[in-house]
Every structure is written in structure tokens, then in C-alpha cells.
Design a protein around this ligand. Structure first.
Ligand code: ADP
Ligand code: MG
Length: 699
């Protein structure tokens, strides 16, 4: 008799076969029995509750159960469009049930005037106002009731799987067949002391309960256990690397606060620092006297004054005889930083230069020579900084602005520029919610500038429908007459299919036509860098009054006289992007506005998202809301966060408490077993993290 266990391939399972096995692997990454039972239900259906057809509402109904009878079956259409349409009545109303495949078998199998239980997702056919269900699961009432206890798992599927006739019911059946085969041999995956201390369900009980819960409470305990396990190993991995990094990476000592820092602070500071800026500067300085490499993330909302903090950090490096660099994601930003910083630092006798892709050969040579002899103190630039030829005499500090634009590998190249790794300061305006920061940045040090410079008035944010476009233009006109400047951001560059999106090129023509007395500049991604810089400088210098642009202006651009930010097709942008764009205004003393333009017909969900923007200007609140609104199974969050694994069950936003508990459990484990020598932990870590992921280098 063949032996079946967790490593058996699912193609050998009854009802699966090679073709479906192939699909399950390519769509869901399920190849073996063991992987199949790790595919958890995304929701549960109460098999005891039924909906009536006349109670269906909304654009996006969940899957529901309906009880009733087929009144008739008709085959419609021909060729590839052939379909079987059953008219189904629950005694109060009717709906159409539609099949595109297996028409013959289905027609033969289902009878009229027999009671069935249907499970499927209703959709409303707008033309006729009729509800329908495509390929529902069909059961006799008795069969439906006996499948599992009261709750039955609904398994997530992809469109392709559904189209090839694989249903949640199929997965359920296969999981039920596999569980008794593999559970007896399934080893506990968490250390026994952890299971005991946190009173967790055993892995076997959790597996049974998550696929076949006999009550809500049973399900809750199972889910807790499985989430805990995921987060525990994630934390173990993060903390292990964090501890190793701290133990190994030696760094420069900057004990001195010298003449550059002191002169700048006492004689040249353009305004008093905020309390938060002072605190973060102290935190940075404290890091640089330990003899270990600093790896600090500075989070500060747009306009919180991160540039000045970076300058102080660089002054500390220079006071201690080292060089510093600042890397920005775009040429516009790099040259803007250069202008700001050289205006502040040059009067101190600091030599500061700019290196980008468009720097001339002669200037490049000068920079190369001065970097090597040490006479160049600060180098500002783009990716050009990490090219092979760029060699510092002694790089003491690397500042990276807007971290999310740079890949991990690129950032790591900065390390290779020295024998001793330079201190690294990463500045980001993307506020990262606490639970996410705790996970993603693990043992990295995080500073938060949680205070805006005084006198900032919060930006008033308005949601405006297309119908009120002329009102919006009138308000823009009023601001222009007061000498203010205006941004208008578009989601597309060119005119596009069926005019779904407003484009910057069309907008440019329209805006020039409407605001004839004003100069309009235009910036978008397909302009040559030199042209982009020119257009941008027109706006920055005040020569242009209106800037029409795509999101290339999203990060960092600073024009304090601009008081209006109009975002076209705001429904197309994510919350964090909208927040970044809004951050371009409200930087001066005058009252500022952000106008979110959208067509009238948007989904309830989109409206809710946009209303977050109109209700708060706090970046952390926006970020929390953003994370919460992403539904389960939407992995964008994890992909963006840079996590090396995909969380199957836990959610960093919703499961903050479990994150915290798992974090401290992992920390206890490492205190007792710093090298993770336990065979169980080793095996689990290598199973979960198939590529070595060095968290210390994440920023
Ligand atoms: P961000 O954190 O978005 O990079 P910036 O460093 O560009 O912000 O600063 C935004 C604006 O605030 C700049 O015009 C800067 O000169 C000003 N600023 C920075 N710190 C202070 C302060 N302590 N008081 C007043 N204005 C400040
Ligand atoms: Mg900035």
C-alpha cells in the first residue's frame, strides 16, 4: 500500500488529477497535501442561515445560501456562448442561475420541483434589474446541513480557478479528505514552552478547528494560534538578524559636537527647532557615539522639517573629520536639497556639491578628485552616488531621503564604499503604523518627528464632483488673484481610451485656455530630465502660476507659495499617495486647500477612502486607515511593507495585540537560545524563510 503524508502531491488525490493539480500549483502555490491544509478559509458561512432573493442589495454581495426550487431550465445562445439558464424561485422572488460548462450533466442532474440549497455570489444584471448566480454550489437540503458543523469555510480562489470549475466546495472536500491522512503524523510547530505559556491550541487541534469549526469560540482560538505562529516566526527572524547586526557592525565614533554644528546652531539657524527636531537630533547623536553602526529611520510627516535634521547629522559627521552624502530618488529632489542645503551650509565654509545623471564630465572629475582628497564635505545626488566610480575618502554618514523609492540592494551598495560601514539615516514621509513598523523594521531604530513647525494651518480638504468643476476653477482664480500658486495633478499623461481618466496633456490645454492671464508649467514622466527641471524651476521661482503634472511631483517638492492642490480622478489614487500630494501645499503661512475631484459615481468603498482624506490631515491616521481598509487577502500591504514572506492568516493592522505578544515571545526565545540551536526552531525557520533575508540592511 502506498504511503500518504504531508509531502504527497495533490494530483494523487481523488477528484484532483494532473490538470487541476497544475492549476492549484500555479494559482495558489499548492502542490502537496501539507500545502493544501495550509490554505485557510477566508470567511465562514453559517449553514443554518438563509437569504431570500428579495433581500439582495448592493454592488458587491457576499456569497449567500438560498433555499428553493428550479421552475425551468433553458439552453440559450450557441457555440462558445452557449449557457444553461435555470429559473430559481424561493417562493417570494426568482433569480436566474447560469452555467457555462457541463451543461448536459447539469441538466440531467437537477430536477424541477425539488428543493435545493444554492450557495453562490448573487450579482445584479443592471439592464433587466434581475439577480443571477453563476455556477453556484447546489446541494440537497439534507447534504447541506450535514457538511461540517454550523460553520463552513469559504476558501479563497482566483478568477482562473473559478473559471475552470474549481469551487470553494471542492477545496473543502479535498481538505476533509486530506486532514485525517496527515494529522496523525503532523509534528507540533511551536516550542512546547511557548504553547504552554500562551495557552495555545496544539497545531493539530487548530488545523481541525480552522477547517471545521464547531463554534465561533473554537474558530477564534484556532485562528489565534495560527496567527501567533506566523508572527512568532516572523519576529524570530527579524530579531535574530537585528541582534546579529548590532553585535557585529562596528561604526565610527562621533564624540565631538564641534564648530560647524555649534556655529550653525547658534548663529545661522533660520528658525528655532521644534521640540521633535531637537529630540531626533539628540537620538542620532547618541547613536553615533556607541562605536556601532547607526541604522536609524526618521519618520516625519510631510513638512515636519526632516531636511534640517539631516543637515545637523551631517554637521556632526563633518565636525568629526568625515564626509557625508544625501541620496534622493529624483533629480528634482536632489537639486532642491542641494539648493536648500548649500544655502544653509556654504556660509560655514562647507564644500557641498551635486551629482546626478546630468552632471557634466568636468564637474564629475572635480567631484571625484575632491571626494578622494577629502576636501568635499557633502555630496548630494541621485542614484549616481552609488555608481562604481564614486569613491569617498571617508564616508561617515549616508542620508537617504524617501526610503520607499530605493530597493534594498541599492541601499546596501552604500555600505561597500568604506571599510567601516557609514552611519545610515533613512528619512521617510510615509508614516508607518506602529504595528507595521514593529514588524518591518524589527530592531532598527525608529525616530519620529511628531510635531510640525509652529504656525502651520491644516490644509482644508474638499471632495468635489465633476459637476462642480466650474466652482473649483472659480476658487482657483481667486487664489491666483491673491498671488498664490496652484498644482493640478492628473492620473495619466495622454488622452486615453474612452476618456476614463483626465490627462495632463489635455488638462494643460484646458487650463491655459481658462486661465489666460497666467503662466502654466507642465511636468510629467515622459519629458526629458532637462525639460522637467526647467518646467519645475518655472513654478518653483514663481514665474509660472499653475503647475499641471502627474505624480512625479509627489515627493518632497517645496514651493511654500502654492496654496491649492487639485487632484483629478482622485478615486484612482491610494490614500498614502493622496496624502503625499496634499503635503505639497500648506507649507507657507497662507491657508491652503486640497481639492479631490472625482466623478459622481464611485463605489461606497472609494467614497469612504476619500472621506478619510477630508476628515484628517494626520499622516498616521491616514496610514492606519489605509492599512485597515485593505481587505484580507489583499497582499498589497505586505508587498509594500517589504516583508520577505506572505502572511497567510495574520494581519499587521488588525492583529496588533498578537504582533506585540509574539514579539515578546520571540525575544524570550532568543534570550534563552541566542543562536537558535533548537532543531525545531531551525527546521521551522528554514522552512518558512527560504531565502536569507538580512533585516539589518532593509534601510
Ligand atoms: P520634510 O520633512 O517634508 O522634508 P522640509 O525639511 O522640506 O520637510 O521642511 C518643510 C518646510 O519647513 C521648509 O520650508 C523648512 O524650511 C521649514 N522648517 C523646517 N523646520 C522648521 C522649524 N523648526 N520652524 C519653521 N520652519 C521649519
Ligand atoms: Mg523632504
Amino acid at each position: 500500500m502506498p504511503h500518504f503524508d504531508a509531502s504527497t502531491e495533490i494530483k494523487y488525490l481523488k477528484g484532483v488529477g494532473p490538470r487541476r493539480a497544475q492549476l492549484l500549483q500555479s494559482e495558489l502555490g499548492i502542490r502537496t497535501y501539507g500545502e493544501l491544509v495550509q490554505h485557510f478559509p477566508s470567511s465562514y458561512l453559517d449553514r443554518t442561515s438563509f437569504r431570500t432573493i428579495d433581500s439582495f442589495v448592493g454592488d458587491d454581495m457576499p456569497s449567500v445560501q438560498v433555499r428553493g426550487r428550479f421552475l425551468s431550465f433553458v439552453v440559450q445562445g450557441e457555440g462558445a456562448k452557449t449557457r444553461l439558464v435555470g429559473l430559481f424561485s424561493d417562493g417570494r422572488a426568482t433569480m436566474e442561475v447560469i452555467w457555462f460548462r457541463s451543461i448536459k450533466q447539469i441538466k440531467a442532474a437537477y430536477l424541477t420541483n425539488t428543493e435545493y440549497v444554492l450557495f453562490g455570489k448573487p450579482s445584479l444584471f443592471k439592464m433587466t434589474g434581475r439577480w443571477s448566480m453563476v455556477h453556484p454550489e447546489v446541494d440537497l437540503p439534507g447534504a447541506a446541513a450535514t457538511a461540517g458543523g454550523g460553520l463552513r469555510g469559504v476558501y479563497p480562489l482566483t478568477e482562473r480557478l473559478r473559471n475552470s470549475g474549481i469551487s470553494s466546495r471542492n477545496i473543502f472536500t479535498w481538505v476533509q479528505a486530506v486532514l485525517p491522512v496527515i494529522l496523525p503524523g503532523m509534528p507540533e510547530t511551536l516550542p512546547p514552552d511557548i504553547v504552554a505559556k500562551y495557552r495555545l491550541m496544539s497545531v493539530r487541534d487548530a488545523m481541525i478547528a480552522v477547517h471545521n469549526p464547531h463554534s465561533e469560540a473554537d474558530l477564534e482560538r484556532a485562528r489565534y494560534r495560527l496567527k501567533f505562529e506566523e508572527l512568532y516566526y516572523l519576529q524570530l527572524n527579524i530579531q535574530l538578524y537585528g541582534r546579529r547586526r548590532k553585535a557585529s557592525a562596528g561604526g565610527y565614533r562621533f564624540p565631538r559636537i564641534g564648530q560647524f554644528f555649534n556655529r550653525f546652531y547658534s548663529e545661522m539657524l533660520p528658525f528655532p527647532l521644534t521640540g521633535a527636531q531637537k529630540r531626533v537630533i539628540r537620538e542620532i547623536h547618541a547613536d553615533t557615539v556607541t562605536g556601532r553602526q547607526m541604522n536609524r529611520l526618521v519618520q516625519g510627516d510631510v513638512g515636519s522639517g526632516k531636511t534640517l535634521v539631516a543637515l545637523f547629522a551631517m554637521l556632526i559627521a563633518i565636525d568629526n573629520g568625515k564626509q557625508a552624502c544625501l541620496m534622493a530618488p529624483t533629480e528634482i529632489l536632489a537639486s532642491q536639497h542641494f539648493d536648500t542645503l548649500s544655502a544653509l551650509a556654504s556660509p560655514l565654509g562647507i564644500n557641498i556639491k551635486l551629482l546626478t545623471g546630468s552632471t557634466r564630465k568636468k564637474e564629475r572629475d572635480t567631484i571625484a578628485a575632491q571626494l578622494l582628497d577629502g576636501s568635499l564635505h557633502i555630496l548630494i545626488g541621485t542614484h549616481a552616488l552609488i555608481e562604481e566610480g564614486v569613491k569617498f575618502r571617508e564616508l561617515g554618514l549616508a542620508v537617504i531621503d524617501e526610503q520607499h523609492r530605493f530597493g534594498v540592494a541599492q541601499r546596501a551598495r552604500l555600505w561597500k564604499k568604506n571599510v567601516i560601514a557609514p552611519h545610515v539615516l533613512v528619512m521617510t514621509a510615509t508614516p508607518i503604523p506602529r504595528t507595521l513598523a514593529m514588524t518591518v523594521y524589527g530592531d532598527l531604530d525608529v525616530s519620529v518627528i511628531d510635531e510640525l513647525p509652529p504656525g502651520r494651518k491644516p490644509v482644508t480638504t474638499l471632495l468635489r464632483y465633476e459637476e462642480r468643476r466650474m466652482d473649483v476653477y472659480r476658487s482657483i482664480g481667486a487664489q491666483l488673484r491673491e498671488g498664490r500658486q496652484v498644482y493640478i495633478v492628473y492620473p495619466a499623461i495622454k488622452e486615453n481610451d474612452n476618456n476614463e481618466l483626465h490627462s495632463v496633456e489635455e488638462g494643460y490645454e484646458e487650463i491655459r485656455e481658462i486661465f489666460r492671464d497666467y503662466k502654466v508649467a507642465m511636468v510629467h514622466g515622459s519629458l526629458k530630465p532637462a525639460e522637467k527641471d526647467y518646467q519645475m524651476s518655472l513654478f518653483a521661482s514663481g514665474k509660472a502660476h499653475i503647475l499641471v503634472a502627474t505624480t512625479v511631483i509627489e515627493v518632497g517638492v517645496n514651493v511654500p507659495n502654492a496654496t491649492v492642490m487639485v487632484i483629478e480622478n482622485a478615486e484612482r489614487f491610494g490614500l498614502s499617495q493622496l496624502h503625499q500630494l496634499r503635503g505639497r501645499v500648506g507649507r507657507g503661512a497662507a491657508k491652503s486647500y486640497c481639492v479631490l475631484m472625482t466623478k459622481y459615481k464611485i463605489s461606497a468603498e472609494t467614497r469612504k477612502r476619500l472621506e478619510v482624506m477630508t476628515s484628517t490631515t494626520d499622516g498616521f491616521v491616514v496610514a492606519e486607515a489605509d492599512l485597515k481598509m485593505r481587505g484580507p487577502g489583499d497582499l498589497e500591504g505586505t508587498a509594500q511593507s517589504g516583508l520577505p514572506i506572505e502572511l497567510k492568516m495574520a494581519s499587521l493592522s488588525r492583529d496588533g495585540d498578537i504582533v506585540a505578544t509574539a514579539r515578546s515571545a520571540a525575544s524570550d526565545t532568543l534570550d534563552a537560545d541566542p543562536d537558535v540551536s533548537s532543531p525545531l526552531l531551525r527546521a521551522e525557520m528554514s522552512r518558512r524563510f527560504d531565502r536569507a533575508f538580512d533585516w539589518g540592511r532593509i534601510s
